[in-house]
Ligand binder design. Sequence first.
Ligand code: ZN
Length: 179
Amino acid sequence: MRIRSAAGLAALTLTLACCGAFADSGLAQVKGTAANSPISGTVAFKDVKGGLRVTAHLMGLPLGTHGFHIHEFGSCDDAGRAAGGHYNPTGAKHGDVVKKGLKRAHAGDLGNIQAGPDGTASLEAVVPKASLTGGKYDVAGRAIVVQEKPDDFSQPAGNAGGRIACGVIVIVPEVGTQK
Ligand code: ZN
């Protein structure tokens, strides 16, 4: 009985490993880090030609410009601090990866997201050479963090203040590709 259970577990693990490899969409459900924060929204991730497309739709943000970065670890605990620093697989300095590439910015350096008077903010950007899974610069299992203040692109991390919202990037199966 013990052996059969172990085999069943192994089969389940293999099944999960199998299908994860074919999924090609990622999603982070973003929530405010403070108790009773009104911030919510989604950030979608999709492998595209040339890199990883990031599409964000947030609401409940304070009016203005907020630093927006992929962080190394997939945890939003401790008011987002558990997410660690900006995802930086190339050992680069802080910058704008969308405009400057991986040699001159952290892979997670998406720059800023702008919230309007109604608290909503949208962003679409492509991180060059990055991918959801399986590449040298993959982001699944990491976290996306929205910051209190603008990223001013100064060293070491853009001086953007506290972490007001956070979401872990998870893989979601593509609808319509299941057979
Ligand atoms: Zn950075």
